[in-house]
Ligand binder design. Structure first.
Ligand SMILES: O=c1ccn([C@@H]2O[C@H](COP(=O)(O)OP(=O)(O)O[C@H]3O[C@H](CO)[C@@H](O)[C@H](O)[C@H]3O)[C@@H](O)[C@H]2O)c(=O)[nH]1
Length: 181
């Protein structure tokens, strides 16, 4: 899709056997991807992220949502991993091509996530409301009922646990994924 691939390129493995297409809709998104990718493969040094940012930018508080900020379907990484295991069990039963949404099935606003992180860290989370980010939709959450019906999978962990586990991981790994001595 040429529209989707406005900003895109292919990542080819060393043996040139596998090609991963990487595409985004905006240049900003592409820059974020490249930064993440660069850090993951060790090309770019991961910075100590705790305490570096003066404040978080909240992208818009004038959306048609209860507190005016964007709503997204956040999911705990453990729930997501279990969802993948459930899907592999289904593959073992020769289920053919199946598509499942793996999500909490509900949304949390940006301010709810900030509140969750404040509670988890015991610190104030400084933020400033700025303009809307181009391309953002007000609300996005999944209908994961098919996964529950057909794989018996359901996201169990709430925002409190997502934030406390994310915070603990961040404190233990201030350099991100790269394990420096
Ligand atoms: O510094 C920030 C970062 C994000 N947000 C808001 O937080 C929410 C979540 O943002 P983000 O984590 O960027 O997720 P999405 O907007 O849901 O987009 C991600 O998830 C989509 C669905 O998987 C993908 O299409 C996108 O590429 C990917 O960036 C949105 O309301 C943003 O406006 C802020 O207010 N400040």
């Amino acid at each position: 899709n040429s529209k989707l691939r406005t900003f895109g390129f292919d990542i080819v493995t060393e043996d040139e056997k596998t090609v991963y297409p990487l595409a985004t809709e905006t240049q900003k998104e592409m820059e974020e991807w490249l930064l993440t990718l660069g850090k993951a493969i060790g090309l770019i040094e991961e910075e100590d992220t705790i305490g570096k940012l003066k404040e978080l930018s909240v992208y818009g508080k004038d959306y048609p949502t209860p507190d005016g900020t964007g709503i997204r379907d956040y999911i705990h990484i453990i729930d997501l991993a279990k969802g993948h295991v459930s899907s592999l069990n289904l593959v073992d039963k020769n289920c053919g091509l199946q598509i499942f949404n793996l999500g909490a099935g509900r949304g949390y606003s940006v301010l709810e996530v900030i509140g969750g992180m404040r509670k988890a860290s015991g610190r104030e989370v400084a933020y400033k409301v700025v303009g809307r980010r181009e391309g953002d939709v007000p609300v996005s959450y999944s209908d994961a009922s098919k996964a529950e019906r057909e794989m018996g999978w359901k996201a169990l962990k709430d925002i409190e646990e997502m934030c406390s586990d994310a915070w603990r991981w961040q404190v233990k790994n201030p350099q991100g994924y790269i394990n420096k001595k």
